[in-house]
Design a protein around this ligand. Structure first.
Ligand SMILES: O=C(O)[C@H](O)[C@@H](O)[C@H](O)[C@H](O)CO
Ligand SMILES: [Zn+2]
Length: 299
């Protein structure tokens, strides 16, 4: 058995770190700090961080086949040119909901960029309910809306055979699955595959591993959990030294390391003294399971 090691590799003091994405070509981890309106890229070899400021809360970032990145900024799907730090709007959603913003997003195996929205929070997990929707941006820049009535649109990923779409609406305290048609981007047959236990708190970001099991970051639960979506059972719990764990992805050599983001917002002074690495980037090694490479937006 390998032994698990957890290390804060970057004390970034993110207010709300999110959307970790491994970029193999640069040996880097991309992530965002949502309320700080920053997209960051941490070079795992030089340990150097680059930060690009944008003009609205940025909730997710993803790779783009044409080069550069895509990001969800405010209620806009955007292209982000890293070299000159310019942002180009590809599409806008929720135009009638001025208090909404995008939250978590990820690219599907066919290169569509999925992301959902939520009402802006007044405090972590405190917000006007049922205001969000789930969308995807097709490679031709058309937007498809899947459903509305979402509270906090969060973690998402696809099964290894691309036939299932996994999705988290945080305030449902569950992980859901849909049948997925990769050719059309349609989802159907929603069902729940895992119900959170009390001390696991709020389900947030999620990623799949190379064995088809799901890893869910537990906001306020200070842990990531590994779930078997077929049996609905939790297989493993990995605790971190911070409570507000927000998301996770695999990266590093052969995707054998896990990276976890977390938040500082919502912590009081005493909590911050106890958890000085809150808002940092954590690396977990020795899990004994690998992840898969992220997909790139095809438009
Ligand atoms: O990171 C996110 O997904 C949200 O934008 C955050 O605000 C918190 O995670 C949320 O409050 C917990 O549910
Ligand atoms: Zn999230």
């Amino acid at each position: 058995m390998s032994s698990i090691r957890i290390e804060c590799v970057l004390r970034e003091n993110c207010r709300c770190g999110e959307s970790p994405v491994w970029e193999e070509a640069s040996n880097s981890l991309l992530f965002v700090d949502i309320p700080a309106k920053k997209v960051c890229r941490w070079d795992s070899l030089s340990k150097h961080v680059q930060r690009v400021a944008v003009d609205a809360p940025v909730s997710s970032v993803a790779l783009r086949q044409l080069g550069g990145y895509v990001a969800t900024i405010g209620t806009k799907f955007c292209a982000l040119n890293w070299e000159d730090q310019s942002v180009f709007v590809l599409a806008t959603v929720d135009k009638d909901k001025t208090n909404n913003r995008f939250n978590d997003g990820k690219v599907d195996p066919a290169g569509r960029y999925f992301a959902g929205t939520m009402a802006e929070e007044t405090a972590p997990a405190v917000l006007e309910r049922h205001q969000g929707s789930l969308y995807s941006l097709f490679p031709d820049h058309n937007v498809k809306k899947y459903f509305d009535q979402v509270d906090i649109s969060n973690g998402l990923d696809w099964s290894l055979d691309h036939k299932i779409f996994y999705y988290i609406d945080s305030l449902s305290y569950a992980v859901d699955a849909f049948d997925y048609d990769l050719h059309t981007g349609q989802i159907s047959n929603r069902r729940s595959v895992y119900k959170m236990e009390k001390d696991e708190q709020i389900p947030d970001g999620m990623c799949i591993d190379a064995e088809g099991k799901l890893w869910v970051a537990c906001y306020n639960g200070g842990r990531v959990i590994r779930l078997d979506p077929e049996t609905g059972k939790r297989l493993q719990t990995v605790k971190l030294p911070v409570d507000k764990t927000t998301s996770c992805c695999f990266g590093g050599k052969d995707y054998s390391e896990m990276y976890v983001t977390c938040a500082r917002d919502g912590m009081d002074a005493e909590g911050l003294l106890r958890q000085p690495d809150a808002g940092g980037i954590f690396k977990i090694t020795g899990l004994g399971v690998k992840g898969i490479a992220p997909y790139s937006y095809a438009g």
